[in-house]
Design a protein around this ligand. Structure first.
Ligand code: NAP
Length: 302
C-alpha cells in the first residue's frame, strides 16, 4: 500500500481563503477589520519568526494585528498590564501571547489574566474546560486544524480506534478530548513516556497521531495496515548536507510508514500550516461573537 498524502499546505490555503472571506464580510458589516493583539516578550529568534508569520497571515486575510513588544526583562507586572490593555481594547478581538515566555513560570498566570472571549489560542482554563465539557469554546489551533483535516479528508472517526502519542496541553490532551467528544465519537487511547508498551497501543490504531516531539517515535512495524497517520512532530535533525545545518523531521518514519498506512501527513507541509490558518479562523469567530454579544444577542462566550 502507498499512503495518500494529506496535504496540509493545500488545506491551509483553503482555510485561509475562508477566513479572508469571513473577515471581509465582518469588515463590511461593522466598519472595521477583526483585530488580533500579539504579545511578544524577549528576542528569541524562533518566537520572533513565528510572530512575524502570524502577522503576515493576518494581513493577507484582512485581519488587523497589533504587536505589543516587551523586553525579555519584562516581569509579571508589565506582562499583566499588556494583557489588561488588550483585554480592554475594543478593536482587539483576539489575544495571542507568544510562548514560551522568557520566564515560563509566569505563563499560567498571564494566560489566566486573558479575557477568555479573546483567547483565540484556546489556552485559558475556561476554554480548556469548555472543550472538555463539549461546550462552544476556542479550541487550540493545532488540534483544531487536525480535526478539520480529518473531516475534510473524509476520514471517519466514529467508532474508530484513535491513539494519540503525547498529552501536552497544546496538542495531545485537547486532541484526545476532541476525538472522543460526541460527534467525533472515536475510542481514544492517550500514550506518554510512562506508557508501558507503546507499539502494542499504536498497532491497534485506525487513526494514529504522533505528537511526542521525538524523531523516530513511530516506525513502520508500529502501524496497523491501512491506518491514517497524523504526524504533528517538528524536529530539527542535524544534517551537514543542508545549508542551515539541519532538516525538519516529524515523529514518524515517513518512508517506512507510507508503505503501510492508507494516509499520512508529511513534515513539513502536513499539520504545520494548519495552525496559523486556524488562528485566523478563531480570530474572526471571536470578532463575530463579541459583536453579537455587544448587540445583545447573548453573553460573550468563547
Ligand atoms: P511536549 O509538550 O514536549 O509534549 C510531548 C508529549 O509527548 C508528552 O506528553 C510526552 O510524554 C510525550 N512523549 C515524548 N516522547 C515520548 C515517547 N517516546 N513515547 C511516548 N510519549 C512520548 O510537546 P508538544 O508541545 O505537544 O509538541 C509535540 C511535537 O509537536 C513537537 O515536535 C512540536 O514541535 C510539534 N508541534 C507542532 C505544531 C505544528 O505543527 N503546528 C504545533 C505544536 C507542536 P510525558 O507527558 O510523559 O512527558
Amino acid at each position: 500500500m502507498t499512503a495518500r498524502i494529506l496535504d496540509g499546505k493545500a488545506l491551509a490555503a483553503e482555510l485561509r481563503a475562508e477566513a479572508a472571506a469571513e473577515a471581509a464580510a465582518f469588515s463590511a458589516e461593522h466598519g472595521r477589520a477583526p483585530g488580533l493583539g500579539v504579545i511578544l516578550a524577549g528576542d528569541d529568534p524562533a518566537s520572533r519568526s513565528y510572530v512575524t508569520a502570524k502577522e503576515k497571515a493576518c494581513a493577507e486575510a484582512g485581519i488587523r494585528s497589533r504587536e505589543v513588544l516587551l523586553p525579555a526583562s519584562a516581569g509579571r507586572a508589565r506582562l499583566l498590564d499588556a494583557v489588561a490593555e488588550l483585554n480592554a481594547a475594543d478593536g482587539i478581538d483576539g489575544i495571542l501571547v507568544q510562548l514560551p515566555l522568557p520566564d515560563p513560570s509566569l505563563e499560567d498566570e498571564i494566560i489566566e489574566a486573558m479575557d477568555p472571549a479573546k483567547d483565540v489560542d484556546g489556552f485559558h482554563p475556561a476554554n480548556a474546560g469548555r472543550v472538555a465539557l463539549g461546550l462552544p469554546a476556542f479550541v487550540p489551533c493545532t488540534p483544531a486544524g487536525i480535526m478539520e483535516m480529518l473531516r475534510r479528508a473524509g476520514v471517519p472517526t466514529a467508532g474508530a480506534e484513535a491513539v494519540v502519542v503525547g498529552r501536552s496541553r497544546i496538542v495531545g490532551r485537547p486532541l484526545s478530548i476532541l476525538l472522543s467528544r460526541k460527534g467525533a465519537d472515536a475510542t481514544v487511547t492517550v500514550c506518554h513516556t510512562r506508557t508501558r508498551d507503546l507499539a502494542a497501543h499504536t498497532r491497534r490504531a485506525d487513526i494514529l497521531v504522533a505528537a511526542a516531539g521525538r524523531p523516530g517515535t513511530i516506525a513502520a512495524d508500529m502501524v496497523k495496515p491501512g491506518a491514517v497517520v497524523i504526524d504533528v512532530g517538528v524536529n530539527r535533525v542535524p544534517d551537514a548536507t543542508r545549508a542551515r545545518g539541519y532538516r525538519l523531521e516529524g515523529d514518524v518514519d515517513f518512508a517506512g510508514v507510507s508503505a503501510v498506512a492508507s494516509a499520512i501527513t508529511p513534515v513539513p507541509g502536513g499539520v504545520g500550516p494548519l495552525t496559523i490558518a486556524m488562528l485566523l479562523k478563531n480570530t474572526v469567530e471571536a470578532a463575530r461573537r463579541r459583536r453579537a454579544a455587544a448587540a445583545g444577542k447573548g453573553a460573550v462566550r468563547p
